[in-house]
Design a protein around this ligand. Sequence first.
Ligand SMILES: Nc1ncnc2c1ncn2[C@@H]1O[C@H](COP(=O)(O)OP(=O)(O)OP(=O)(O)O)[C@@H](O)[C@H]1O
Ligand SMILES: [Zn+2]
Length: 822
Amino acid sequence: MSDSTFFVDVIVPLPLNATFTYHYDGGRNIVPGMRVVVPFRNKPMVAIVRNIHHDCPTDYKTKSIYDILDLVPSIQDSQLNFWSWIANYYQCCIGEVMKAAVPTSLRLDGDALISVSEEVEVETQNEWSDKYREIYYYALGDKALKLSKLIKEFGKKNVYSIVSDLVQQGVFSFDSLLTRNKQVVKMVRLAKEYQHERTLEIIMRGFRRSTIQLDILSLFYDNISRSGDSSISFSLSEIKAKYSYSAIQALIKKGVVEKYDQSIVLDENISSTTNNLPILSLDQERVYKEILSSFFTKQVALLHGVTASGKTEVYIRLIADCLKQRKQVLYLLPEIGLTTQIVRRLKSVFGNKVGLYHSRISDRQRMELWNEMLQYDPKVEDGPCQVILGARSSIFLPFKHLGLIIVDEEHETSFKQFDPSPRYNARDAAIVLAHIHQCKTLLGSATPSIESYHNALIGKYALSTLDKRFNDVALPDIVLADISESKRTKSMQGSLTPELYHEMKEALSNNKQIILFQNRRGYGLWVQCRDCQWTPKCLHCDVSLTHHKGDNALVCHYCGYKMYMPKICPTCSGSQIHDIGFGTEKIESEIAALFPQTKLLRLDLDTTKKKLAFDKIVREFENHEADILIGTQMVTKGLDFSNVAVVGIMNADALLNFPDFRAYERSFQLMLQVSGRAGRAKGGGKVVVQTSDVKNPLFMDVIHSDYVGLYRNQIRDREQFCYPPFYRMVSLFVKHKFQNYVDQFADQLAQILRQQFGNRVLGPEYPLLSRIQNQYQKQIILKFGPSDSVSTSKKRIQQIIQFLNQNSEIKGVTVVIDVDPM
Ligand SMILES: Nc1ncnc2c1ncn2[C@@H]1O[C@H](COP(=O)(O)OP(=O)(O)OP(=O)(O)O)[C@@H](O)[C@H]1O
Ligand SMILES: [Zn+2]
């Protein structure tokens, strides 16, 4: 090796707890954050440079880097530091963080499906080298192509840089056809100068012999004469399928027809920039000023504002301030669904300065935003990199001049990623990210998490409160309806108590809208044979299957296992298999029967599987195209409908009976959030909470919308029973497909942990679900108090797991670590 040899430590996107060292003497410039191709376990793969040095490893012989893909780093230093923090805090591998953080189009994942997303004109192809052309044509001919196959075919040397280049140009993409086609549709229309019957007639005469081309033109002609719309367009794929690709291609070449992209992403069609900042109410103005001045002394502020108090307007004001200083803002939301309405509100003020980032936009769009952010210089230009609105993964974007992070609905548990690793909480990680960028974090909620509120009360965070709705609109009137009593007096209408039924009738007669909340989707909760009580269960998980009547199927909500709804009971041959309990689907059919004149919409996982379905349902309900919206948790958060007068919580008991120390907190949050959808614009909202447990003290806090009351009760329990925020938790899941392996291993693990940590160790116990997807699992929980060093303890836990994995006679057991479990 010569003097010009460098050693390069890289991160590979695998669950491995180390960086790996390679050498390089190719003379090109390498800096941390660049993507390089390295041989790893005899396969080439894209890795990220972490470190460059001259220390030759002594214990093994390094291999050489194959290729460098970047001229400038794709990952910034600040991001690498952030990755390290996540890996360390959440006890995962930095490679897992890399995998979660970087879009596939940049990682060039060898196992991801790659496809040609844009056919390239011959002229452009002529400028390519032979290798480019070969790879391109190979990809055109293979519908299920993986990068790894291209490597086998073309050798590892150049493939990566060529594919990387083609991906950057948009020729190749890693999006499934499904997602891509849903984003933009290739359309064809007549070129401007031919958009006229007369002109078209003339040119059609010149087409006598090429009949297919003539057929296509006739299609336009007929449509124009029928509809009079000369700018009529058709989707390219439709034309290709009906006629021929070469014919339409020829017409495009002749300039008669033109091709264009039509975006069907609703968000992009939003008319942009009005630049009118909201005029804040006095209360909002006060809070805005409080927050600004608190940022002089505090890193984090919590805005506790009741539902419809106009927290969003306060955020908008703070965002505007940041933009004035040419700084970026990250606006985090717990769920993609919520971005629908917020993005419209943000775009109406900030126009195309707003960028969207979440798992439902295509990988290519993610890469494009990433690249744009890397090159972005906020000092000189405007662009979609200034306000990023996104779900939790947007904390991984390459921010350059971050000025503020807003975490809206900060109490939401969906900020926490559970599977796969990294099991991070985006709210908590955001605070660290802000620290790295030396900027501030604003948390907002109508029902803050106990942890955040506690931090505010002890002075760690600043606290600002909006205790009235905007415009002095009254908070909704929340009443309880006793299901047991109504059942006893036989006055239930299906699953509606007379109270709820009455309120609904009245609302409908006043032309108002209604939201019904049920926390389970599907038809019934499960089915049972009347004769022998047989209940079908999932083959792979320890749960009963849920009936989905629309599909005539029984479905496992944990692994997706599906079977037909049997007509006859397989154990006793009885024919009376019936539904127990009710899910959203059953409520929908009941309500349709009770209120036959009304139009219903259902919002749950089943109705929103398609990409834009959520937006569509929300829009339809906003436009009052339906009177009643029935849904799961999806209807509870953040949505802003002005005409909703009544909210019904179908069964509050199902929420309360959850065996978790956060059950009360969550039930309260959920009930108050869903209640908050009622009477937002004019007041007079009514919320009916149906329960069989009217005496439950939690309902007193709910009825009075008394967050502080709830907090006081909860914080006492938390302290007494050693839960967060006083204690920190680490949860371990021991998993294997044999139950006795899990039992034995978990016992051994708990025993060693107890030697080390004593009574901080709880369990092992079977969690609520003892088997998921053929894996049995047992849980061990560790609790660390104020005087414990959590970071050393976490390291110790890792060592113990490693030790046991190596020394136990039981092999093949997985132990999943979840830090700060939710
Ligand atoms: N200063 C203002 N000027 C005009 N309209 C406002 C103002 N403040 C709030 N509103 C309107 O009041 C409604 C409720 O505000 P917003 O959605 O921001 O409340 P929120 O506090 O975020 O509620 P939630 O916690 O329920 O999401 C919105 O339709 C918003 O446009
Ligand atoms: Zn299952």
